[in-house]
Structure formats: C-alpha cells, structure tokens
Design a protein around this ligand. Structure first.
Ligand code: BGC
Length: 385
C-alpha cells in the first residue's frame, strides 16, 4: 500500500516536471488559451517528416492541418444533437496525399486556382508557357502546384483564436510562372465555429495569382453518402458557361430559368440531371458563379436536413467554383469506410474567375511588384433545429 502511494507521488512529480506530451493547451502569460496541438503525421518517401497541427475551440470543434500542401485533413462540425463529426473528405493514410492527391483533397491551391486555357498567357507583351496538367490546359497551378509543396507553419502566439501562419515562397519560373511569389495563409478557428482563411502574396516581377482552398464537404459526416440531398443557396444572378475543356466561353449568363439558379435554396440533386448542355460539359456542376455584391459578404449557404448541419460561406472574392464532386471515382477509401464515390463531396472554392489572364473582361488577377495580394474566406458552421 505504502509502496503504491510512493509510486503515485513519483509519477505525479514526473508529469509536473516533464509535462505530458507536446500539447500547447495551457494558459500563456497574457491569459489566453493556446489551443493548438502539434503531432507527427507521416514520413514522405524521401524521408521528410510531416507535422499535423490540430486547432480546437471552446466548443470542441477541431481543424487538422498538415504542412504538406497546407492540407486540411479533418474538420469537425456539430449536428443538431451537438455531436461533432468530421465533414471534409480526405485519405485514410498520409500516402494518399503524398502520392499526388489527384482530387486535391483539402489543399491550398496556387499559384493559380482553376484553369488557364492552353497553359499560356501574355503579360506586358511577353508570353509565358506554364505546365499543362489537364488536357490542353493548366489546372490548379500545374502538376506541382502549391498543394504538393512544404509550407512552413508557425502557431501565431498573440492571436485571439487559435491561428496558424503558413508560408511558402514559389521561385521565379516555378511551373512556368514569372516572379518569385511570397505567399502567406492564415487559418483561424473562432469560437463561433468559423474557419477563417486569409491569403496574402507579394511578387518581385509581374505575375498572376488566384489562391483558394480545395476542401470537399459532406455535412452528413458519412463519406459514402452522396451530397445531392444537401440544400444549397448561392448569392449569384449569373454564372460562367464553359467549353468542352471547362474554360469559360466569356459569356456571363443569367441563372434565371436554368439549372444553375441557386438564388433560392434547393437540393443540389434537384436539377443536376436536367437535359442541359452546360451540365453535360461539367458532368454536373463544375462552374464559376459570379457573386453578387462586393467586399467580405455572405455568398452561399448549405444545409443538410438529416443532421441539421449548416455551413455559410463568406468571401471578398468575385467568384466561387461550385464543384459537385463529379470526378470522384471510387478509387480510394473514405475515412468512414467504403470508397470515395461519385458526388460524395462538394467544393465551394472562392476565387477570381478561371482563365482570367486570357480574358480581359474578367477582373484582373495580375499582381505587380509593390502590390499586396489579399483575400479572405470564411466557412462558418451552425445547426438548424
Ligand atoms: C475543378 C474540377 C476538378 C477538380 C479537381 C475543381 O476545382 O473545378 O474540374 O476536377 O477541381 O479535383
């Protein structure tokens, strides 16, 4: 008995002196809680080790981010019974991300999110050929876009809410783009269950930039279920029709009277199989909506009736790519069993319009030395009873 008491005191002292793990979950001198936990995530084939950063808020919501691709590997949200479940698609094993991540699950996308026609553009009279990785076009920054790069991650010490600062410097000429681009992204998890993402970039030569986040959501929390029952509303009166290779034709078409009308909330699946040339070209929804209004504003709402989960998206970008997961093809396991099948996740990628560098009537994506690229998007989760 006496020996057991001695042992317990010894263990207690050991824990007090050496701590119990790498958890940063302690009160700092300014009195704030640091709710960021760092752990080992995996080892790349060439031996580089990858870290995972878990942000938690006071409600118990958690967001997990890795320093490979700035990828969000997990994000939990409450259902109407207060149960927090993972609502973003991802791989079951780190190798899924390291071996090319063909769906761009959860990744930061750059230097140019979405497509650039024929993988070229002209700036100040000079034509740049960038890497093709999508038929004749360049998609999401090329084969080794920002989703395949190591991001330096720092935990921001004096932030009001748990915040990560991710930095990546893209060399002049990387993937064919001109200019050394210094990129910083902040991920913040607030106490009202919002993930705020702020993007910043600067260049030393004129270039083009369009940064976004490629998380796929399935608010049911069951990744084997399709997302066609989710109700979606997008604050956009117009969208951008595309050609066969998903490059905007340049037309800005009114959504009224088309399957692209989400001005009033409706299930994603309601019109997705309509006999419509644009839906055929996208194999479903894979288009950019021209968002109404300007500045940081609410642009979309999604509601999953089965669980009561709802998500609202805010951005200061002019467009959003609503992609209904039409290229998910069941090749990989999901985190909740089964395979990542057709339309088991959707993306709302806030951004400037696709192919802007070749379409002078679109808002410009050019960044010049001395200018600062800044953009912000918020994904906010709540419950409808
Ligand atoms: C694009 C899709 C593409 C997908 C890749 C989306 O942003 O709009 O066309 O297949 O990314 O996973």
């Amino acid at each position: 008995m006496k020996k057991a008491t001695h042992n317990s005191i010894f263990i207690l002292l050991f824990l007090i002196i050496f701590g119990c793990g790498k958890e940063n979950n302690k009160q700092d001198i300014s009195g704030k809680m640091e709710n960021v936990h760092t752990s080992d995530y995996g080892v790349m084939p060439k031996g580089d080790s990858i870290k995972k950063y878990t942000l938690s808020n006071k409600n118990g919501m958690k967001v997990e981010v890795i320093n490979f691709g700035g990828i969000i590997t997990s994000l939990t949200a409450p259902d109407r019974n207060g149960k927090y479940e993972d609502v973003v698609l991802g791989f079951t094993k780190p190798e899924g991300y390291f071996d090319g991540n063909p769906y761009y699950f959860g990744a930061l996308i750059g230097r140019y999110g979405n497509r650039i026609a024929n993988a070229k553009f002209t700036l100040d009279g000079k034509t740049y050929e960038i890497n093709k990785n999508d038929g004749p076009n360049s998609l999401h920054g090329g084969k080794e876009g920002f989703h395949t790069r190591f991001w330096n991650i720092e935990v921001v010490k004096d932030a009001k809410f748990p915040t990560l600062k991710l930095s990546y410097t893209s060399a002049d000429g990387e993937e064919g783009y001109p200019g050394k681009l210094t990129t910083t992204v902040f991920y913040t998890l607030t106490d009202d269950n919002a993930l705020e993402i702020s993007y910043e970039a600067e260049t030393d030569k004129p270039t083009v930039v369009n940064l976004t986040q490629h998380s796929y959501f399935n608010l049911s929390g069951n990744f084997t279920k399709t997302i066609t029952d989710h109700e979606l509303q997008i604050n956009a009166d117009h969208f951008l029709p595309v050609n066969e290779t998903l490059i905007p034709t340049g037309e800005q078409k009114a959504v009224k009277g088309t399957p692209f009308d989400f001005t009033v909330s409706k299930p994603i699946g309601k019109d997705i199989s309509a006999d419509d040339d644009q839906l055929k070209k996208g194999k479903g929804y894979d288009h950019n909506w021209i968002l109404n209004g300007k500045g940081l504003r609410s642009i979309a709402k999604v509601y999953h009736q089965g669980t009561g989960r709802s998500m609202e998206v805010f951005t200061d970008e002019p467009g959003v790519q609503f992609y209904s997961g039409n290229f998910l093809d069941g090749k990989f396991d999901t985190k909740t069993g089964g395979k990542n099948e057709f339309r088991t996740g959707f993306c709302l990628e806030t951004q400037h319009f696709p192919d802007s560098p070749n379409q002078p009537s679109f808002p410009s994506t050019e960044l010049k030395p001395g200018q600062k690229y800044q953009s912000k998007t918020i994904y906010k989760f709540s419950v409808k009873k």
